[in-house]
Every structure is written in C-alpha cells, then in structure tokens.
Design a protein around this ligand. Structure first.
Ligand SMILES: [Zn+2]
Length: 223
C-alpha cells in the first residue's frame, strides 16, 4: 500500500487560515510517511514500544486511518480533487487443467500447477475470471496550488469499498502503475526519515489527522 508525497518534505499546518482540505492533506502525508516507515524500515521492527504490536500491525492501523481520510476528501466533492486509476498488470488467471492436460503434466513430471503456469492449458481447461484491477491503484490528486499539491494512492481492492468504480467517468485511467527495473512494483510513498519522525511523533500525527478529518467533515455538514 502506498501513497505518494509529492512534496518530499511535508510541512504540517501552521496557518490557522488554511483550508480544512489542505490541513488534512498535510497530515495525511506525514501519516503515510509513518506507515511507510513501519512497513519498509528494518529499524521499525526494533523500535521499543510499550504495546505488543508488530511494525506491520502499526502500518496497517495507520493505513486504515489514511483510508478514512481519503474517503472524507472524496466526500468533500471539492473541485481541487481528481480521482484516477494507475493500471496494474492483469492478475494471472488460475487454470484448472482438463483431463488431457493433466495427463500431459504427468508425462512431463510436473504438478498440474507447474504445468498450468508454464503452458497455460488448452481451450478445454477451465479458467477462473480474475479481477482486472487487482494490482491497480487509485490515485487521488489534490491540487490546491499555490498552497500545495498532493497525491495519495490506495489499492483498488481496498478503495473500491468507498471510491467510485475504476474506469468509470469519475475514475478514468490516468497511467500505469510504476514498475522498477526488476519488474516489481515501485513504492510510491516515502518513509519519514529520523529527523521528521522526531519532529512529528506518531501519536501527535494520528491525533492531528483525526482532528483534521473531523474538521473537514464538520465543514461539509455546515454547507
Ligand atoms: Zn486442457
């Protein structure tokens, strides 16, 4: 799970006149940096803590809050917000070999699965329909220039519960999901470095994100 911080050094809000959307975006960027740190940094696993949660659990909890933030941004229906889809590669279809192909697999001394992966099966084999957007990412872009610009990402299987369907009018394809030289998905978010973690302790970031989220929600209800 990823989110991009277009501004590599996110600056949490200091101006009382900042729009609620801006405040939420700034804190969501820092929150995402914390989650990415827990998910990627080996130092995170060794961080002393009173609770018995793994770094992975902590990342998951922060990502859940991030999802709430993205949902609230989307509900604001602000013209500053654009949703799009970064297409991932299609998920490989699962194949159940027909009798003939199963025999061939045995002749080649392969398991049915190995054979299906290597040869794909014939037209008589059964194929499971897979989600074409299993590896795609939603990208929620917030353009609040000149104040700031942000882009948050979330996997389609997660975001689908609260975002418009991928490839719809509200969510057109805007690009491909970036892949590195070795064919792996490139991580779009940046972990917070040590100085940033010291400056914005995690409990503070969580508290501020919740506050920004509620403030934006309340401002929407007043309209
Ligand atoms: Zn077959």
């Amino acid at each position: 799970m990823t989110a991009d911080v277009t501004d590599r050094n996110p600056t949490p809000p200091t101006q009382p006149e900042d729009a609620p959307i801006v405040v939420l975006c700034r804190w969501l960027s820092v929150l995402d940096g914390w989650a990415t740190f827990y998910e990627t940094d080996p130092a995170a696993a060794n961080r002393p803590g009173r609770e018995d949660f793994s770094a992975r659990d902590k990342a998951q909890a922060l990502y859940l809050l991030k999802e709430r933030g993205l949902q609230t941004l989307m509900n604001s229906a602000s013209p500053a917000i654009r949703l799009g889809l970064l297409e991932g590669p299609p998920q490989r279809a699962k194949v159940w070999l027909c009798d003939k192909c199963q025999r061939k697999a045995r002749q080649h001394n392969m398991s049915p699965r190995e054979y299906a992966e290597r040869h794909g099966g014939c037209e008589n084999c059964q194929r499971e329909q897979r989600d074409p957007d299993f590896y795609s990412l939603y990208v929620l872009q917030v353009d609040y220039m000149p104040v700031g610009r942000w882009a948050f990402h979330t996997p389609v299987p997660l975001g689908r519960a609260y975002l418009p369907p991928p490839r719809s009018r509200e969510c057109p394809v805007v690009g491909r999901r970036p892949i590195d030289g070795e064919g792996r998905f490139r991580r779009l978010g940046q972990p917070l470095d040590k100085a940033a973690r010291r400056r914005w302790p995690e409990p503070e970031v969580v508290y501020q994100t919740w506050t920004a989220l509620r403030t934006l929600k309340n401002s929407l209800e007043q309209v």
